[in-house]
Design a protein. Structure first.
Lengths: 313, 295
């Protein structure tokens, strides 16, 4: 974006000429614009039903304008603080555990001297990313099953009674976080691995000439080398916090862990699609969207301040 | 550094690294291979919970049951249809959206660019999207899934930043020779962008194939279900011990056979993606890197 020359102002007559010359381009982007209007911008206009008491049969014209009533209802409702608490706790936990793991894994892969082994481990580590969420949740459920699961067998081996992990609310967050590590560690490491390859090899050679051992090289060259990437990824991760892992939470949810597993989006789904309370659900969804937008804008500001190359826009 | 002679210390460190690497691989692969092994095993060993990494009493019975079961087969067909058609449509549409941003100059380009990127930061959300799909009459149509996921602003961003890297002189000289814009687009630029098409195609196919929530919203007719939906149904109903797929047969441990069938469906749902991705790995590594730098 930077370094673009300033375009001199063009007189009106010339503009029409340029528009006419670009007519085929406009024709080309017309279907794209129609698609965006239909499937992205039109839904945005339907956010207005958050301010109405939307009537499923009468449509918007037959609905009563109620102002902020739905928002008040959502914010003062019994569920609101529980939802906020669940979103925050789950994501902070995931951030604390799930964020450093790919970095450590990338550093670990980077230490390999045998290329083939490194490549193999890396390929295997990508694998879980391509498993569908439904299959993934099934595998985890099976893994944790108190009767046939692997974990239960390990427990029995040590003479302990297996625990029904998915049936207890207190384990829910840990299951989400650690299964997330299994699923995404390898894939998330890609970005750090490519940052690692960008580090100047001469630095290592100079350090080796000065007698720095492996550990010292890791601390003084490798880590500082990927630090900008780490910071940017961290900021971006915080920016996408509120929408993280909705499908996974939804699939892991059951009546026994509802207290800790209900987040804004699952609540929106139940309110809207099961109880048909479109207006209240949309109000909650709008709140969610606005918070997500604010987070992304803030994240982008920070990452721009930190490194001038890596802003989102 | 990599070609330096290795000291004894280095060999020792390498051995430890390889050991940790093997443990990581086992941790990742074991749960998956265990599922595969159970789906290929006979009833007895499964019932006695003896199956680990290798199938015991190898049998393809569970897969035969899956094949003769209409519901699963139809769902498989539905998923393949949605993934392939969705992939072709999405790649083409993304190209049409991204090409003008990267390779053309026209009045209003900036506005168009912002117009395309806004949905990356703010969307209508679940209920408004559902209402719109409903108003368009697309409920219970595969097109609801294909069309709602047709273009992603993020992919447009990735593709256009890749296309920007193509030398402008190449385009200019083709235009000078009197080639039409479509010709430039498909005969000059497209062959150079194959790698990024592959990346986006993989993302779209994986997205469609693995999607659960979209189908849950838009497909309510069980004959239209995708494989993921059917898998979820089977899992939920097996948990309730009610799913009668391949059961209700006198003299058979029916619940248990359903267990293997469940795993067979699980394997069928995983295999296509796992089989494809090693071949396109180098593309998506590039794509992810580009995405993280630009996005």
């Amino acid at each position: 974006m930077k370094g673009r020359e300033k375009v001199p102002r063009i007189p009106q007559k010339n503009l029409w000429k340029r528009i006419w010359r670009a007519k085929y381009i406009y024709l080309m982007i017309l279907p794209v614009i129609v698609w965006f209007l239909l499937f992205q911008y039109w839904p945005m206009t339907w956010l207005s039903i958050a301010f109405f008491d939307y009537d499923l049969y009468q449509g918007l014209s037959g609905s009563v304008f109620v102002g902020l009533k739905n928002f008040v209802k959502f914010f003062t409702g019994l569920d609101f603080w529980r939802l906020i608490r669940n979103v925050l706790l789950m994501n902070l936990y995931a951030l604390a555990v799930g964020f450093p793991m790919p970095i450590i894994f990338a550093l670990f892969l980077n230490e390999f001297r045998t290329r083939k082994v490194k490549k193999f481990v890396q390929t295997v580590s990508f694998l879980p990313h391509f498993i569908s969420m439904v299959a993934f949740v099934t595998i985890v459920t099976e893994f944790l099953s108190p009767s046939t699961g692997v974990l239960a067998q390990i427990f029995r081996f040590f003479g302990k009674e297996p625990i029904f992990f998915l049936g207890k609310a207190k384990y829910f967050r840990s299951i989400m976080v650690f299964s997330g590590v299994w699923q995404e560690m390898g894939y998330s490491a890609i970005i750090y691995l490519s940052a690692l390859t960008a580090i100047d090899v001469n630095l290592y050679e100079a350090a080796m000439a000065d007698g720095a051992n492996r550990w010292k090289r890791l601390i003084h060259i490798t880590l500082p080398g990927i630090m900008p990437t780490v910071v940017v990824m961290f900021i971006l991760r915080v920016g996408s916090l509120i929408n993280a892992n909705f499908e996974k939470i939804f699939l892991f949810q059951n009546s026994m862990n509802l207290e800790v597993s209900e987040v804004i989006q699952t609540w929106v789904y139940k309110r809207g699609m099961i109880k048909y309370d479109y207006s209240l659900a949309t109000a909650a969804g709008l709140f969610n969207g606005v918070v997500a937008l604010v987070l992304v804008i803030m994240a982008n500001r920070f990452s721009k301040r930190y490194s001038d190359s890596a802003g989102i826009w | 550094m990599l070609h330096k002679r290795m000291s004894r210390m280095d060999y020792f460190v390498e051995a430890i690294l390889i050991f940790i690497g093997i443990i990581i691989c086992i941790c990742i692969l074991y749960p998956i291979l265990n599922i595969v092994a159970i789906s290929l095993s006979a009833d007895g060993p499964v019932l006695r919970n003896e199956v680990r990494l290798l199938p015991r009493g190898f049998t393809l019975k569970a897969y035969e049951e899956v094949i003769v079961n209409n519901g699963v087969l139809r769902a498989l067909g539905n998923s393949i249809f949605i993934s392939l058609v969705g992939c072709v449509c999405s790649v083409a549409a993304t190209y049409f959206a991204a090409y003008p941003i990267a390779c053309c100059e026209f009045p209003g380009k900036k506005i168009y660019n912002v117009f395309v990127l806004i949905p990356m930061w703010f969307q209508g959300g679940m209920i408004p999207a559902y209402i719109c799909v409903q108003k368009l009459g697309l409920i219970n149509s595969y097109w609801a899934l294909i069309l709602t996921a047709l273009i992603s602003s993020y992919n447009v961003l990735i593709l256009s930043s890749f296309l920007r890297g193509i030398p402008k002189e190449l385009l200019e000289s083709a235009r000078m020779d009197g080639a039409s814009e479509l010709r430039v687009m498909f005969q000059v630029v497209a062959p150079l962008a194959k790698a990024s098409f592959a990346t986006i195609a993989l993302w779209v196919v994986a997205g469609h194939w693995n999607a659960y929530f979209g189908p849950l919203l838009y497909l309510t007719d069980s004959s239209k279900f995708t494989l993921q939906q059917v898998l979820r149904e089977i899992v939920l109903e097996a948990n309730a011990l009610q799913y009668d797929l391949g059961t209700v047969r006198p003299g058979q441990p029916s619940v248990n056979l359903a267990d293997q069938i469940r795993y067979a469906v699980l394997v069928v749902s995983m295999v296509p993606m796992l089989a494809v991705y090693p071949f396109v790995q180098k593309y998506f590594v590039k794509g992810v890197t580009l995405g993280a730098v630009k996005g």
